[in-house]
Design a protein around this ligand. Structure first.
Ligand SMILES: [Zn+2]
Length: 82
């Protein structure tokens, strides 16, 4: 059996996914008052994300009554199954 070789990179690829839900939780402090906030990517989502590029996730500060955003980067790898 020959080895499986996978080459290439997904960086810069825009995923044709309107709503990409992911099993991650993000926690961040409000940049104004420092109150902790969070986003659950099981219910919040990335819309048509580009692999390797900054994406914004909105969070809401209950103390300031304002939204703020944090930047995340979506990585994507493809591996041969063991
Ligand atoms: Zn705040």
């Amino acid at each position: 059996m020959s080895a499986i070789k996978i080459s290439g990179s997904a960086k810069g690829t825009q995923l044709d996914v309107k709503r990409l839900y992911l099993p991650f939780k993000i926690e961040a402090d409000c940049p104004v008052c420092g109150t902790g906030s969070g986003a659950d990517m099981n219910t919040d989502y990335l819309s048509y994300p580009t692999v390797g590029s900054e994406e914004s996730v909105s969070m809401f500060c209950v103390k300031c009554d304002e939204f703020f955003s944090v930047k995340v980067v979506l990585g994507l790898t493809l591996e041969a199954a063991p």
